[in-house]
Design a protein around this ligand. Structure first.
Ligand code: C2E
Ligand code: CA
Ligand code: CA
Length: 542
């Protein structure tokens, strides 16, 4: 098509095409927009003037929508006119796309094939290295596919593979209530051989994540498949390799996942297996404990004990600290130091922490009913819980619902909880303060021990960690630290409570330094609230 510099058609040749032309010869003398569909007209006009000026040849591909592609070649004849050669290359493009798809996908299931998987794996390795993140590959091999193929025939076998692929594809996508999976989790599922599938899980938060997914896959495939008139049962063995722990190269990771898969077969099939044995045991143990924790929370296996805090000067009760206890049927793992970190890691600390706060507030009311007025209850709040944006609202709601007496609740935070984003934390603490909540700093001296926040944060109490109290009678170093902490705290108008006080010698030293309160076995161990009620009626604890 020859076009003048005024965008009029001078000559037109070639097959008429409903994409581009209304009619052929009649176009001569017409404006370009009367001849060409809008998008192409725009494209040609846009390069008309530059082409006329530079006398350069222009050549480009233009697409109208996902299915329609054009190749436009513009040859300048002289300063007055150009020749535009416009070809619809949609079919060619589509063919190229199909070929590309074929090269990277398995024709039976439509899933990515080994070539595409290797590509994705390579990308995942680079990303994991750059972002310092982990990812996992799960190598799946159906346990009894050959048998199905042999007894029901190839068509049934193919049908089964298709159904397995579909179930996997849909099932892996459902990530809800998988606690170790991050939000930007993504995956690639590929079929890499007869009955072999492989799954790449990006961005896992912990080594337990693939175990959760593997567990889900085993369950998914346990349901029977309907293949024609038959109901077919299949199981699968899964090998797991985690990058970078089990390798940082495509081949190593694939081999290690494969080795792990064979081990899963050796151990009896229909199971998953991590590449490294120790990792496997670790993840398995963590996974069981997590499941147990979840169950414990929903079945009420936790309870709060309370430990009295007593004034050194008067011997009177100042308040109590709530300490969680896990009443496990088999009595294992009852120490909070063992399960609190795990609850933090899995996010379970959020519902657990809410339960703790609510239970403590309810207990406070029970004590008030029993005639123990104005008792300060201190609740340990994990930094993860404190950092939640809705922490204040949640706490407010709990206080409203339980009707706890204002001014009788104290939360105990560690230094670490306050260090990040201190501006935000100050605001949060001020908000809590206006709700009548007191703030105590736990384990002082073991973390940052920064003077800065003592000055800026609205705190009321500082707790000296028991590690400084333990050797207080004999260690002059600890004596110096304890007396310094007390002086410092008093400078900032904070009360001091020493924890883990077991001996009268320790108590005597603390009294000399002007420490306000003590807590420890010397006075009373953490106890069941009913037991404690009688104890609280005592007027002097020394
Ligand atoms: P913590 O807040 O520093 O609690 C004081 C720990 O010292 C408690 O251990 C308590 O039982 C223990 N203790 C009390 N008196 C003595 C004593 O005279 N000598 C010795 N050696 N120890 C004494 P517990 O109950 O095992 O709790 C350990 C840690 O677990 C707590 O340290 C706290 O960080 C965490 N924790 C306990 N309950 C909760 C809770 O309800 N929520 C949260 N977030 N953390 C909790
Ligand atoms: Ca504490
Ligand atoms: Ca402490």
């Amino acid at each position: 098509m020859q076009i003048s510099k005024e965008c009029r058609i001078l000559a037109c040749k070639g097959p008429l095409n409903d994409d581009m032309f209304t009619t052929g010869e009649k176009l001569i003398g017409k404006k370009l927009e009367e001849a060409l569909i809008f998008e192409i007209c725009e494209a040609v006009s846009a390069c008309l003037q530059p082409a006329l000026q530079t006398l350069d040849m222009h050549f480009f591909e233009y697409f109208v929508n996902t299915n329609r592609f054009y190749e436009i070649k513009i040859v300048v004849i002289d300063h007055e006119k150009i020749l535009a050669i416009i070809s619809n290359i949609s079919e060619f493009k589509q063919a190229a796309k199909t070929v590309r798809h074929l090269a990277y996908h398995d024709t039976l299931t439509g899933l990515p094939n080994r070539a595409l998987f290797n590509d994705r794996l390579q990308q995942a390795i680079a990303r994991a290295e750059r972002d310092k993140k982990m990812f996992a590959i799960l190598f799946l091999d159906l346990d009894n596919f050959k048998q199905v193929n042999d007894t029901l025939g190839h068509t049934a076998g193919d049908g089964l593979l298709k159904s397995v692929a579909e179930r996997l594809r849909l099932g892996v996508r459902l990530t809800d209530n998988l606690s170790h999976i991050t939000e930007d989790y993504s995956f690639t599922l590929a079929r890499i051989g007869g009955d072999e599938f492989i799954l790449l899980l990006n961005n896992i938060e912990s080594v337990e994540a693939p175990a959760q997914v593997a567990g889900r896959i085993l369950k998914l495939l346990a349901e029977p498949f309907e293949i024609g008139p038959d109901e077919v049962f299949v199981t699968t063995s899964i090998g797991i390799a985690v990058c970078p722990l089990d390798g940082k190269h495509v081949d190593t990771l694939l081999i290690n996942a494969d080795v792990a898969m064979y081990q899963a077969k050796n151990y009896g099939k229909n199971r998953y297996q991590y590449y490294s044995k120790s990792m496997n045991e670790y993840a398995h143990e963590r996974f069981t404990v997590e499941t147990k924790l979840r169950k414990a929370l929903s079945q009420g296996e936790f309870m709060l004990f309370y430990q009295p805090q007593v004034s050194i000067q008067t011997g009177k009760l100042i308040g109590v600290e709530a300490l969680i206890r896990w009443l496990q049927p088999d009595l294992a793992l009852t120490r909070p130091a063992d399960f609190i970190p795990l609850a933090e890691k899995t996010g379970l600390i959020i519902p657990m922490g809410e339960w703790i706060l609510r239970t403590a507030c309810e207990q406070s009311k029970l004590w008030r009913k029993a005639g123990i007025e104005g008792l300060l209850i201190t609740v340990n709040v994990s930094s993860i819980q404190f950092q939640q944006d809705n922490f204040t609202e949640t706490l407010y709601k709990i206080m409203e619902e339980t009707g706890i007496e204002p001014g009788t609740l104290q939360i105990e935070l560690t230094e670490t909880a306050l260090m990040n984003d201190s501006e935000k934390n100050i605001k949060k603490l001020l908000g809590l303060q206006t709700m009548g909540i007191q703030i105590s700093i736990d384990d002082f001296g073991t973390g940052y021990s920064s003077l800065k926040y003592l000055k800026h944060f609205p705190l009321s109490t500082l707790k000296i960690d028991h590690s400084f109290v333990q050797q207080l009678e004999s260690s002059s170093n600890d004596q110096a630290i304890v007396s310094a902490i007390i002086t410092l705290a008093h400078n900032f108008n904070l009360k001091v409570i020493a924890e883990g006080v077991e001996k009268t010698g320790q108590l005597d030293f603390l009294r000399e330094c002007g420490c306000e309160g003590v807590q420890g076995y010397l006075i009373c161990p953490p106890s069941d609230p009913d037991v404690l009620t009688k104890f609280m009626k005592k007027s002097n604890f020394f």
